[in-house]
Design a protein around this ligand. Structure first.
Ligand SMILES: NC(=O)c1ccc[n+]([C@@H]2O[C@H](COP(=O)([O-])OP(=O)(O)OC[C@H]3O[C@@H](n4cnc5c(N)ncnc54)[C@H](O)[C@@H]3O)[C@@H](O)[C@H]2O)c1
Length: 287
């Protein structure tokens, strides 16, 4: 897509971090914004800020992306308000950590529900409507450099991001064959200074962590490392601008900085040679 003015963008996870930055950058292109998030107060505030600071039309649609019906209602809300869905950003995501065997069933279920099924619901609700529109459209799935690497103690998160990468690659081919006006990209952030390390704020009570395995030192250590390292991460705006450029250039893989890229290439080499996984994490940024 190269024409953005007066077109319509849906962004999930819009109340914070990368999602909010996407709203800002797309609004600066003159787009109308449909903001969706599970955190209602933050969502209302974000949508007000987009309207007043950017001078574009924007609505807030409270949405739990893990629920198919909610995402279907989000698509309908966009059509009802603005008559179109030109860009849809499946961006909402959550994080948890710990050795695979210490993560609870609820940890797995929560991340699969939001990070994987949230995107599945987005694809099923947005893509058919984009195809029916018959115009140039773009779907952006926020995954992570976790999708192309495999780091210990964040396996649940990595698993969900790997899943959405595979899904998106298949979707890319399907759209090329059946609906070439609809494009898809995967945004692969490195560490970004957002509220992701506090994702627990949005965990549904029915998937509360208390239960099978209590918090362990390794989980707590990893959560602390994520908190510290994301604080030193890049600004969300960097990712939003990268996404906009990728949409303009119709590029599928929107990769991250050199350190993470190097780690992903080492994994690729492991796969190519059939050798055992190399542990060579990207160097954390120093202050
Ligand atoms: N911050 C990073 O370092 C980083 C790195 C790689 C990928 N990502 C990805 O970027 C995306 C955005 O995360 P962020 O870093 O901006 O974090 P964030 O916590 O600042 O924003 C995530 C937003 O998603 C919302 N959300 C959570 N569960 C939801 C649900 N069930 N339904 C709807 N909305 C929900 C939250 O309320 C929040 O507003 C995620 O997919 C995340 O996995 C982040």
């Amino acid at each position: 897509m190269r024409e953005f003015r007066d077109k319509v963008a849906i962004v999930t996870g819009a109340a914070s971090g990368i999602g909010y930055a996407l709203c800002e950058v797309l609004a600066e292109q003159g787009m109308k914004i449909v903001l969706a998030d599970i955190e209602q107060d933050a969502l209302e505030a974000a949508s007000r800020r987009i309207r007043t600071d950017k001078g574009v039309e924007a609505i807030a649609v409270p949405t739990d992306v893990s629920k198919a019906k909610a995402v279907e209602a989000l698509a309908e809300a966009s059509l009802h308000a603005y008559g179109a869905i030109d860009i849809a950003c499946n961006n909402a995501g959550v994080f948890t950590a710990g050795p695979s065997w210490e993560c609870t069933e609820a940890d797995y279920r929560w991340l699969l529900d939001v990070n994987v099924m949230g995107v599945v619901h987005g694809i099923r609700s947005f893509v058919p409507r984009m195809i029916a529109q018959g115009t140039e459209c773009h779907l952006l799935n926020t995954i992570s450099m976790a999708a192309v690497t495999a780091m210990p103690f964040a396996s649940v998160y990595h698993m969900t991001k790997h899943a959405v990468l595979g899904l998106s690659e298949c979707l890319y081919h399907e759209l090329n064959f059946l609906a070439p006006k609809v494009k898809v990209s995967v945004l692969c952030p490195e560490l970004v200074n957002t509220a992701i390390s506090n994702a627990e704020r949005n965990r549904p009570p029915e998937l509360a962590r208390a239960g099978d395995i209590p918090d362990t030192p390794m989980r707590n250590m990893t959560m602390q490392a994520i908190t510290d390292n994301t604080k030193r991460g890049v600004a969300p705006r960097v990712l939003a601008e990268r996404a906009l450029q990728g949409i303009k250039d119709q590029r599928f893989y929107l990769f991250s900085d050199e350190e993470w890229r190097k780690a992903s290439l080492i994994r690729l080499e492991d796969l190519r040679l059939g050798r055992n996984p190399t542990f060579e994490p990207p160097l954390p940024k120093t202050e």
